[in-house]
Each structure stands twice: as C-alpha cells, then as structure tokens.
Design a protein around this ligand. Structure first.
Ligand code: NAD
Length: 264
C-alpha cells in the first residue's frame, strides 16, 4: 500500500462470489428474458429485488419466485417512472423492445417510444437513484445494451440509435459516479435465447422460406464464430460480476458477450 494514495480493501482472487445481502436492486423489464435472469441472479446473491415491468403479471410471477417486490409500470410514462423506488443500490436498465423497418418507412411514433423506454427511462432512473448511491458511497448501474450499441444493422434505426445513446449515458454516469463509489457499465450481448429473439427467428423463417435452424446459422449467427444463442443466465452472470467485489475499477466499459462476432 502506498501512503496517502486511496486504496481498496485487500481482496483475494477467490472472493468472486458476490455477496449482495443488504443491497437493493431495481431491474426493469424484469418479467421476462434477460431481466428475469438478472433478477434471479441478484436475488440469489442476497439482494432485495424490485422487479419492474409493463406486464404486471409477469413482474409479479418473477417477484413471487424470488421474494422480491413487483411493480407494474410503463417506462414510457415519466410519472410511472417517478413512482418507482429511489433507494436502489443497483440499477439494471434492461427493458427494451424492437421494431424492424427501413428508415424510409420507419413509423415516427415507434421511434419515439423506443427512445423513451430505452434512453429516457434509464436517464430518469439514474437521476432518481444516484443520490441514494452517492449518499452510501457505493452503487452499480448496469445497462443492458447490445452488440447494436457498438455496431449497426439495417432496418433497426430506433433500436441502434437508442442503444448507442445508452452507451453514452452509461459513460457519463461512470465519470460522474466515480468519486462516489458508483460504477456504470454496459453489457453487450449478441443474440440471446429470449422471447424477443425466438419471435424474430419464426418471423424470418416465414419471410425467407427458411427453416428456423437455417435462420439461426445463416442469418442471426452468420458473423458469430460461436454458433449458438447466448443464454439469459450467461448475461445475468456478467451483470452479477459487475456488482461484485473486484469490479470497483471497472467502469465506463462496454462488455461484449458476442461469441466472437466483434473479432470476426
Ligand atoms: P424480452 O422481450 O424477453 O423482455 C423485455 C421485457 O421488457 C419484457 O418483459 C417487456 O414486458 C418489458 N418492457 C417492454 N416495454 C416496456 C415498457 N414500456 N415498460 C416496462 N417494461 C417494458 O426481451 P429480452 O431479450 O430479455 O431483452 C432485454 C434487453 O436485452 C433489451 O434491452 C434488449 O434490447 C437487450 N438485448 C436483447 C438481446 C436478445 O438477443 N434478446 C440481445 C442484446 C440485447
């Protein structure tokens, strides 16, 4: 230890299991897919979890299964966001939706909705939870971005724009949060096995006259050397690691979970 220079308490490399007892987490879109997996992982690590979803029944089912608290809220509604708890130590901005159309046909109302749910709501939730994190000198903001936060694809203008905006927002939170013990990071999965993607496989199979297996290997995973979808639990494990004891120095990053897509 160097005298006068701030340091973290000594950690052993083996202290990898997150102990989140006494911490409170808020997970948006926690009723399904990646959000549900994050809620389960955080609860397993001891956190009290607020499960937020526009689908109140789904939120309740997840909350009941993990001893958490359900909130039915439409994140496109700022008043509904303002009614959510502000005393979260961990904020997982996960809720999202997709719309696929060429730019020239892209419905402006869908574009606006996607920015509201995937950019404005994360901003509002950071704005209302960061004071609690700052007051306690510890906090974790996990933004579930995407490969599409770093790269673009045709026909996904709103989604790609929103994920790129989330990347910028996450970095600002990292810089402002650093003096307060708060980190902010993005997790950037490729295609995850969730209802959102399973629906896309069926749609593309019908549109292109391909089998679902061919859509998977020739369309979705064409650039990915690892020829399988990533599981929600694998994304949740990365989110949990970012809440753990060794990651106070990991902030402002984008963590690709892309099966080698970015290397290809
Ligand atoms: P999902 O459809 O399984 O779950 C999304 C959840 O968000 C649903 O429960 C839905 O009800 C909720 N939601 C949608 N709009 C909402 C609103 N207005 N207010 C509150 N809740 C709302 O999707 P998923 O695949 O688990 O996606 C979760 C996140 O992961 C999204 O941000 C998505 O962009 C991102 N992501 C997904 C993939 C993938 O391949 N599935 C890849 C990269 C990133």
């Amino acid at each position: 230890m160097t005298k006068g220079i701030p340091h973290e308490p000594t950690l052993t490399p083996a202290a990898t299991v997150s102990a989140l007892g006494g911490r409170t987490a808020l997970v948006t879109g926690g009723g399904s897919g990646i959000g549900r997996a994050c809620a389960v992982a955080l609860a397993d690590a001891g956190a009290e979890v607020h499960v937020v979803d526009i689908d109140g029944e789904a939120a309740k089912a997840v909350a009941d299964s993990i001893g958490g608290v359900a909130h039915a809220a439409d994140l496109a509604d700022p008043a509904a966001v303002a009614a959510l708890p502000a005393d979260a130590d961990i904020l997982v901005n996960n809720a999202g939706l997709q719309h696929v159309a060429p730019l020239t046909d892209f419905p402006p109302d869908r574009f606006t909705l996607i920015q509201q749910v995937m950019v404005t709501a994360p901003f509002l939730l950071m704005r209302q939870t960061l004071p609690h994190m700052y007051a306690h000198g510890w906090g974790r903001v996990i933004n579930i971005s995407s490969v599409h936060g770093l790269r673009a694809s045709a026909y996904k203008a709103a989604y790609v724009a929103a994920k790129h905006a989330l990347e910028g927002l996450s970095k600002v939170a990292a810089i402002e949060g650093a003096p307060h013990g708060v980190t902010s990071n993005c997790v950037n999965p490729g295609y995850v096995r969730t209802p959102l993607v399973e629906g896309q496989i069926q749609d593309q199979a019908a549109a292109h006259g391909l089998s679902p297996g061919d859509v998977l290997s020739d369309v979705l995973l064409a650039r990915s050397p690892v020829k399988r979808l990533i599981e929600p639990a694998e994304v949740a494990a990365a989110a949990l690691w970012l809440c753990g004891p060794h990651t106070g120095y990991v902030t402002g990053i984008s963590l690709p979970l892309d099966g080698g897509w970015g290397a290809n």
